[in-house]
Design a protein around this ligand. Structure first.
Ligand SMILES: *[C@@H]1O[C@H](CO)[C@@H](O)[C@H](O)[C@H]1NC(C)=O
Ligand SMILES: *[C@@H]1O[C@H](CO)[C@@H](O)[C@H](O)[C@H]1NC(C)=O
Length: 448
């Protein structure tokens, strides 16, 4: 049985995100009035269990108008307490979105009861605070699945459907896993070419058999699935998951096999799920990773006019076009700064050299970011789009789960797959500086 990929849906739900609009930037000399601040987000509801709880605070002035710029790094403070404990193991973070909104988040290192959140602005309490989370507040590691999937989805406010999932399923009228299983076990058993897992969820327990020699990436798919199973009882499921880079089910092949992949392409039938890059950063946010979709907002603080006019790129040598970009940069150093950080595939090309890698947040000191495919889609695109620079995206047939939401010249500037038009497009951006600086920033791309 291949239930309508419930878990894909669930994964999307787990990813941190929200839709937001930018307020107009009008300066108000009115004083902030913390009693009127607007507060919202899943971190205020302990029926939801998240790896990192988060919510938003929109500052409002005494006239009732939204404040649309930052008031500095330390104005908002969170503290937490519970009458049942003398000491709490909770990490807390306040992220400045630089548009009058602060993101408040906290990570629980164990399950607590009756947590009280205190939120202040310059030591004055903010509107609805203190806020009591009555009852249990579960941490990520707690095995406490909710029984009803439907109710759980409702609590999380998940949308009814996602275009990409609907599109992926359209190619299949019906899937009979009993019949597919034996064929797939043969078709995808190519140990040195493919890495595939057959997963079964039965009574909310996860079983798997692996096909292939290099299956280390199962730690990512395992982590995603188990995180879901700790939160909600999954329906019984039976599916194959491709751990490799390339999608596997070619449109030209005789059989349409149902296969889950991190990357899709125009000439394959694979179902796409959020990349391991994105799910890992969500699961390990505020713990083992620095770069996740919410922290990107905090680092998006470099004023456009203080950025350099350079187009910036760093990466490894995983495609011919990347080499082309680097060589172009050598001739046009005042326009494009593109360097390799690792050489692996093209060791024989003696003119290539490497530089030390640049911290990701420093990419955004430059106005223009280039996104080049590697072996498949470059999984950094979501972070590039969130970083506050203008993204130039090489067109290709590879995509991640959110690409169908992106529009050329609205969210990014397209480049031909051979990047022959790069210089022309860069010139276009320079000529339209006032417009491109306001390209919408796609933070909602990751999901809800
Ligand atoms: C003020 O901010 C809140 C939260 O961001 C938003 O929902 C609301 O529409 C804004 N109000 C105005 C008048 O822009
Ligand atoms: C699925 O395939 C198996 C094996 O071919 C068959 O016995 C079974 O009836 C099929 N189930 C459905 C619902 O078509």
């Amino acid at each position: 049985m291949f239930k309508k990929l419930h878990f894909v849906f669930l994964l999307l739900c787990l990813l941190q995100s929200k839709k937001f609009t930018f307020g107009k930037t009008e300066d108000s000399s009115d004083l902030p009035d913390p009693s009127q601040f607007i507060v919202w987000g899943p971190g205020l509801d302990n029926r939801v269990v998240l790896p990192v709880y988060y919510f938003f605070v929109q500052m409002v002035d005494s006239q009732g108008n939204n404040i649309t710029s930052s008031l500095g790094p330390d104005v908002i403070k969170l503290s937490m307490e519970s009458k049942h404990y003398s000491h709490l193991r909770i990490s807390m973070q306040v992220l400045d979105r630089h548009d009058g909104v602060y993101i408040i988040r906290y990570k629980l290192f164990q399950t607590y009861k009756d947590l009280k959140l205190k939120l202040t602005f310059r030591d004055q309490p903010i509107s609805t605070f203190p806020h009591l989370l009555k009852g249990c507040c579960y941490n990520e590691d707690c095995y406490c699945p909710k029984k009803s999937l439907a109710r759980w989805l409702g609590t999380l406010n998940c949308p009814k459907s996602y275009d990409q999932i609907d599109k992926d399923f359209k190619a299949f009228r019906r899937i009979n896993m009993t019949r597919m299983y034996k064929r797939m076990m043969v078709e995808f058993n190519k140990p040195y070419q493919m890495s595939v897992i057959h997963y079964v969820v039965k009574d909310n327990k996860l079983y798997r058999e692996t096909l292939g020699e290099y299956v280390g990436f199962k730690m990512f798919s395992d982590a995603m699935l188990m995180s879901l199973m700790r939160k909600v009882k999954l329906p019984d499921l039976d599916f194959f998951w491709n751990l490799g880079d390339w999608p596997l089910v070619r449109r030209t092949s005789a059989h349409r096999y149902p296969m889950v992949s991190w990357c899709g392409s125009d000439d394959t039938f694979d179902f796409v799920v959020p990349s391991y890059e994105m799910t890992t950063s969500t699961l390990d946010a505020m713990y083992r990773v620095e770069k996740d979709m919410l922290s990107m907002e905090h680092y998006r603080n470099i004023d456009w006019s203080s950025k350099t006019d350079l187009a910036f790129w760093r990466g490894r040598d995983s495609s011919r076009e990347r080499l082309k970009l680097v060589r172009l940069s050598q001739k046009q150093k005042d326009v494009v700064d593109a360097e390799l950080t690792h050489i692996f595939f093209f060791r024989d090309e003696k003119d290539l050299k490497t530089v030390n890698s640049t911290p990701f947040f420093d990419f955004f000191k430059h106005k223009y970011q280039i996104n080049m495919d590697g072996t498949v889609a470059a999984y950094r695109l979501s972070y590039l789009l969130a970083g506050g620079s203008l993204v130039f995206k090489q067109q290709s047939s590879y995509y991640e789960h959110f690409y169908n939401l992106l529009q050329p010249f609205v969210h990014y500037v397209p480049l031909s797959s051979d990047i022959e038009d790069l210089m022309e497009r860069l010139q276009w951006a320079k000529d339209h500086d006032d417009e491109v600086r306001d390209f919408p920033i796609l933070l909602w791309i990751v999901g809800i």
